[in-house]
Design a binder for this molecule. Structure first.
Ligand code: ZN
Length: 273
């Protein structure tokens, strides 16, 4: 089995340092890595960059920027500064894209949040382009629309990209967030046809969620029709890596090598048979 077309998000193996992630992913023949800012907090970015280059792993994206919404102009300006800082990290590590969790502020309407997101992305997209970074809007499941992202469907993300019409703004489609959508195939085709389908995240959705954020399943542990969605994504023309992104307090309590074994076993079963 080959894992050349598989990338892992470092937050998946949260107990591991960036050095452990790089070594252990590369040792298993995994092709790429998406790096969470939490994993590199306090690290010397130049040193991380050297280890990343030496690992042979393909750098995919920095996770994450965004959270553009805020009640006041000062809050929104601070959000832009935080995004500029993240963009500098992204460029320092040689990552070609930054995933955006776009934001939502309780007390504002979804449309108010959306307008602030549009303006926020518009404000930093030029700076991102100068750094060679693509900005990837990740639509989130609607259960997070209250405080994490007003962009709560692939259609909403496509509509936003269409309105922005910026050459370095695309989309990260994560099965956890979009699997329920009747119009998924149509919106994936629309996304790919416009050149926005930049990233594809996989995991599984456990209906008996024990935590709203930290109980994602390994592929096969939940109810997402993963093979059917994979056929849609590839059928739409996506040629990038499948990125495994699992946040799980259950699995973080286990030995992370065993967790990685289970991820690879599930990957073989679902995507390599
Ligand atoms: Zn994701």
């Amino acid at each position: 089995m080959s894992y050349a077309n598989l990338a892992i998000h470092t937050f998946t193996t949260k107990p591991w340092s960036i050095t452990e992630c790089l070594e252990n992913y590369a040792r298993r023949g995994i092709g790429g890595i998406s790096i969470w800012r939490e994993t590199i907090a306090g690290e010397d970015l130049g040193e991380v960059r050297r280890r990343l280059d030496d690992s042979g792993l393909e750098p995919i994206s920095l996770v994450r920027g965004g959270f553009f919404t805020g009640r006041t102009g000062a809050e929104r300006a601070a959000a832009l500064e935080a995004n500029r800082e993240a963009l500098r990290e992204c460029a320092a590590l040689g990552l070609p894209a930054m995933v955006l969790v776009c934001g939502a502020t309780p007390g504002q309407t979804p449309l108010e949040n959306r307008a602030q997101i549009r303006d926020g992305i518009g404000a930093v997209a030029g700076e991102a382009a100068d750094l060679g970074v693509r900005l990837l809007v990740e639509p989130l499941h609607p259960m997070y629309a209250g405080d994490r992202s007003a962009i709560a469907s692939l259609k909403a993300a496509n509509d936003l990209c269409e309105e922005l019409a910026l050459p370095n703004v695309g989309i990260a489609a994560d099965v956890y967030h979009v699997w329920w959508d009747f119009d998924l195939e149509h919106e994936l085709k629309r996304c790919a046809a416009n050149g926005w389908l930049d990233a594809y995240h996989v995991c599984d959705f456990r209906p008996e969620l024990e935590h709203p954020l930290l109980d994602r399943g390994i592929m096969g542990e939940g109810c997402i029709p993963l093979k059917a969605i994979d056929a849609m994504v590839l059928g739409a023309g996506f040629a990038g890596m499948r990125e495994v992104e699992i946040f799980s307090r259950r699995w973080w309590a286990e030995d992370q090598h065993r967790f990685l074994d289970e991820i690879l076993r599930a990957y073989d079963e679902i995507y390599q048979q």
